[in-house]
Ligand binder design. Structure first.
Ligand code: CUA
Length: 357
């Protein structure tokens, strides 16, 4: 009884061929669908290219495994189900098949080792540091990101918008002021946790000019969903100009205009409404003039109606100084004094003062 040999009949062989044909056709359809579907947003980094290729190869290797298992299950249900009158019958006494077992253990093992090795190579490649990498510090807090750069004199300045030059590696040093956040630009494909008391790093080489969302990918509190800003991938010359102008503005220079004629006519006063929108204020605050409806923080039309510019400025820079009724201290980020340059802050305050009467 132990190893009674069961020979396959011509009928078995034709079943096997049928099963194999259905499995192959289904796999081809499955892989084609997997490759045709546009899984990800625009690809804006060089690392993204490698990661998307890795994804395609994982699809090619894993979809047939899934499809074959399902096909075998469904085929057996269809072909070998019990028919009336077979209730008392027993199947043939099969006790294992060493050859088959070696094959079905070896194939998955080989696939796994190959895919792990390939992923490892891709990861080490995209994490390689380049000598001329741009350093950007990213600070997360409830509920905003601040991006910190160094100007030509090595002085640090902040921005609520992420600007990066195309074609140059950026080394992000990521920190958190409070709970765990996660710095993620889906178009760049990579993300990393921001943890209080720890510095984490992420290297990305922006590839495609454009604007992409920066999001927080770790549930971090009431405003997690609105912890969204914008990453701008620009030409290197434009990036240098931006650093120069913003650096000057940040170090208190309206006299920045004297600096040179090259910067020239760009000295237009910042637009308060644009700053309100771009900084993401509307994510938490309702303000009818900007058509925002956020409810995490106070409604500005109401709470600022009888307030003067000095109060508004204090509320932006030091929000916990006076808290609107019904809201908790500590809810609004204290980063806006760092993120906004003095002219931007002036423009924002002036705008809020005007539209809230
Ligand atoms: Cu910060 Cu979620």
């Amino acid at each position: 009884m132990d190893s009674e040999h069961v020979t396959s009949t011509p009928e078995d062989r034709s079943h096997f061929k049928e099963l194999l044909a259905i499995g192959l056709i289904a796999s081809v359809i499955g892989v084609a669908l997997g490759l045709v579907i546009d899984w990800f947003p625009t690809q804006a980094s060089e690392e993204g290219e490698r990661i998307d290729t890795l994804w395609d190869i994982l699809i090619i290797c894993s979809v047939p495994v899934f499809v074959l298992v399902i096909v075998v299950v469904l085929y057996c249900v269809w072909r070998f189900r019990m028919k009336p009158g077979q209730e008392e019958e027993d199947g043939p006494p099969i006790h294992g098949n060493t050859k088959l077992e070696i094959v079905w253990t070896a194939i998955p093992a080989i696939i796994l080792v190959a895919l792990c090795s390939y992923s490892y190579v891709v990861l080490t490649d995209i994490e390689k540091a380049e000598a001329d990498a741009l350093e950007v510090r990213v600070v997360g807090e409830q509920f905003t990101w601040t991006f910190l750069y160094e100007d030509a004199s090595g002085k640090e300045f902040g921005s609520p918008q992420l600007y990066v030059p195309r074609g140059r590696q950026v080394n992000f040093t990521v920190e958190s002021k409070d709970v765990i956040h996660d710095f993620w630009v889906p178009a760049f494909r990579l993300k990393i946790d921001a943890v209080r008391g720890v510095q984490t790093h992420l290297r990305i080489t922006p590839k495609t000019i454009g604007q992409y969302p920066v999001v927080c990918a770790e549930l971090c509190g009431l405003g997690h969903a609105v912890m969204r800003q914008t990453a701008h991938v620009v030409e290197p010359e434009e990036f240098d100009r931006w650093v120069q102008e913003r650096g000057q503005q940040a170090s208190g220079g309206e006299e920045g205009g004297q600096e040179g004629d090259e910067a020239g006519g760009d000295a237009a006063a910042p637009d308060g409404k644009a700053i309100f929108t771009e900084t993401g204020c509307g994510g938490c605050h309702a303000l009818s003039d900007a058509a925002t409806t956020g409810g995490t923080g106070p409604n500005l039309d109401e709470t600022l109606a009888d307030k003067d510019a000095a109060f508004i400025e204090e509320s932006v820079v030091e929000p916990d100084a006076e808290i609107a009724e019904g809201f908790d201290a500590g809810l609004m980020p204290k980063a806006y004094g760092d993120q906004l340059t003095p002219p931007e802050l002036d423009a924002l305050v002036k705008y809020l003062d005007e539209v809230t009467g």
